[in-house]
Design a protein around this ligand. Structure first.
Ligand SMILES: Cc1ncc(COP(=O)(O)O)c(C=O)c1O
Length: 354
């Protein structure tokens, strides 16, 4: 990359796009500067703006709903399931129906999130999308490598978006993201949007866009990391299995439905109470083992969305899970000894609480 010096939109960017499109089974991959830009650009390509309603989960990173609000559209949150922590499709249909009968906002899209790497329930979501004529944008920021019956994450719905933030399953050495679609017209729009709405030539701008390009240096790094990605993913799956075998009878772990494969961006467990979670996290910390809470506050209770007038009790499942969930160390190079130590400490905490 340093030899050819094409730091912006160099050949590695397009090489990576071809490789990622082939990996996910999508016709087009449009790389971009981050997972947030991937979502923003996807909404821009759909012409989402003021008066539009976008259905999503409150149990996610802020970026998922932030981009909706940024465009003047309205996020409508739908509670999650207590087993997979993904959007509850039975509640999704009710929320869309309600929005339609209120007639103040126009339902336009659904953004399901593949939380912790586990794809959402796309069979149902795609049926609902078709029934109500809504665009489905899969937020696969955490799930690159995940799958449902051998169909890869980023290939569900109309558009899939992912992130190459360093901590993600396919992480770069900085920010990065990508968008996947089979729709050539949408792909063309996205290429224009990522480059200031460029038309046929550099100083011909045909729409409002952004500077959303992936740096060539990140593409070069991601191309190298793709060589070891299948093996790293396999290791994550092995580690998750070991955690589950040790912890299943003591803690509720994320349920992976039959035929689903998680990319295990995070391995998260549910404590019985907030108090039990604090004890577990403290004990692990005492042994130098880090844990993180994803997410301590669901989005409908965040100040950034106060104008939406949600309150405590609106999404009881997401609220209850936020109070009890925590994530354990998860990366492909976690040793058996570390896994055993973590599990032993957690099991001893369970006995301490009882
Ligand atoms: C579910 C979800 N959506 C979107 C994003 C945004 O990705 P990025 O940090 O690359 O902008 C993230 C990243 O943490 C995420 O977890």
């Amino acid at each position: 990359m340093l030899n050819h010096g094409q730091y912006i939109q160099g050949p590695e960017v397009f090489e990576l796009e071809a490789e990622l499109a082939a990996y996910t089974g999508r016709k087009h991959c449009i790389s971009c500067a981050s997972g947030t830009d991937a979502l923003l650009m996807s909404l821009l390509a759909q012409g989402i703006s003021y008066g539009d309603a976008i259905f999503t989960t409150p149990f996610t990173f802020i970026a998922t709903a932030e981009v909706i609000q940024l465009l003047g559209a309205t996020p409508i949150f739908v509670d999650i399931r207590d087993d997979t922590f993904n959007i509850d499709t039975s509640k999704l249909e009710i929320a869309i129906d309600k929005c339609q009968s209120n007639a103040t906002l126009i339902p336009r899209a659904i953004i399901p999130v593949d939380i912790f790497g586990l794809p959402a329930h796309y069979k149902m979501i795609e049926e609902i999308g078709e029934k109500f004529n809504l665009c489905i944008i899969e937020d696969a920021a955490q799930s690159f490598g995940g799958e449902i019956k051998n169909k890869k994450a980023c290939s569900f719905g109309d558009i899939g978006t992912t992130s190459f933030f360093p901590a993600k399953p396919l992480g770069g050495y900085g920010d990065g993201g990508a968008i996947f679609t089979n729709d050539s017209e949408v792909a063309e729009k996205l290429i224009s949007i990522r480059n200031h709405g460029q038309g046929k030539s550099k100083y011909n701008n045909i729409r409002i866009g952004i500077n959303g390009r992936l740096d060539t240096i990140q593409a070069s790094i991601l191309l190298e990391k793709m060589k070891i990605f299948p093996e790293e993913l396999r290791q994550r799956i092995v580690i998750a299995k070991k955690y589950s075998q040790n912890l299943n009878q003591y803690f509720k772990c994320q349920h992976v439905p039959e035929g689903y494969g998680s990319a295990w961006a995070q391995y998260s467990v549910l404590a019985a109470s907030t108090k039990e979670r604090s004890i577990c996290m403290e004990k692990l910390k005492d042994s130098g083992i880090p844990t993180v809470i994803y997410y301590p506050k669901p989005l409908h209770l965040q100040g950034a969305f106060s104008d939406l007038n949600y309150s405590t009790g609106d999404f009881p499942v997401a609220e209850s899970i936020s109070q009890r969930i925590f994530s354990l160390p998860m990366h492909p190079y976690l040793s058996d000894a570390s896994i055993s130590e973590i599990c032993d400490i957690l099991i001893s905490c369970k006995e301490l609480v009882q």
